[in-house]
Design a protein around this ligand. Structure first.
Ligand SMILES: [Zn+2]
Length: 276
């Protein structure tokens, strides 16, 4: 963050949205900082840094998970894999007949990836069934989480950050695969997350992040709905940079990986890439 602050103009999403509305680009190479989901480390790790450097950050909250004990569904998968005594398992209905070796850390990570790919596009009910089956096959009690440390932020933490000036955006209630839902329910997921965050922070929520964020995770109809519902922007996880002509309801983002020198190169590569 120190590097970014020294090197680029850091722009809030509100300011960027205003520029996009006017069809203006950015005078200097600029960075908009966003964080997804609402994990507790946003408060414990990121917030002290945000304050230290005075960073304009937008955090997208999975509203139904804030203040609760459970994380997103993929965290449940990770929890089950981490706490099982099994070294091999299969989940025929979702992964086919193959038995997955989870005797090593690498094996568990690979199994987590397989499960993510297999369950990502399932409807919420079917995914819940799959998780239940996974916990039972792995012999892990759950998905009861009473003994686990809270991994999502709570509303007190959100409010404290909001009062300081961190902006909060909506990221649905339950982080579903929206295109698999009946349109009414998908719209409700979006609207309810906006409403709850507005009630808790007493500030208008103007930005939405698509869960998972790839182009097949959203539809043009839902983007249009976001516009009508009063959002100024929608961000995805499709890689790319923003220009004055960018569609505010399908903004790409880049996920710069550590370490810092690589992070720096990755940002520069996107920002200064020559467009054909
Ligand atoms: Zn997310």
């Amino acid at each position: 963050m120190a590097y970014l602050k020294k090197t680029y103009a850091l722009v809030s999403l509100d300011d960027a949205a205003a520029r996009l509305r006017e069809g203006k680009g950015f005078r200097r190479p600029s960075i908009i900082l966003t964080i997804d989901d609402g994990y507790r480390d946003n408060y414990t790790l990121a917030y002290p840094i945000i304050r230290k450097y005075g960073l304009p950050v937008t955090i997208y909250l999975t509203a139904g998970k804030i203040g609760g004990e459970q994380g997103l569904w993929i965290d449940e998968v990770e929890h089950a894999l981490r706490n099982t005594e099994c070294t091999v398992f299969s989940l025929e209905r979702f992964l086919g007949k193959e038995a997955l070796d989870i005797s090593t850390h690498g094996g568990k990570k690979a199994a987590e990836k397989r499960l993510y790919a297999a369950l990502r596009k399932k409807g919420s009910r079917e995914r819940r069934d799959a998780l239940q089956e996974l916990f039972s096959v792995l012999g892990v009690p759950g998905p009861s989480v009473s003994a686990r440390e809270r991994i999502m932020m709570n509303w007190d933490e959100v409010r404290e950050m909001s009062e300081w000036g961190v902006a909060f955006g909506a990221h649905t209630v339950s982080h579903p695969f929206l295109p698999a839902m009946p349109p009414d329910e998908a719209r409700q997921e979006i609207l309810d997350s906006k409403r709850v965050i507005e009630e808790k922070t007493e500030k208008t929520v103007r930005h939405f992040a698509v869960p998972n964020g790839k182009s097949d995770d959203f539809t043009p109809e839902l983007a249009e709905f976001c516009k009508e519902a009063g959002f100024d922007t929608v961000v995805t996880t499709e890689p790319g940079t923003i220009r004055g002509s960018s569609d505010p309801y399908a903004l790409p983002r880049i996920l710069p990986p550590p370490p810092t020198y690589y992070f720096a190169c990755e940002i520069a590569r996107h920002l200064f890439r020559r467009t054909p």
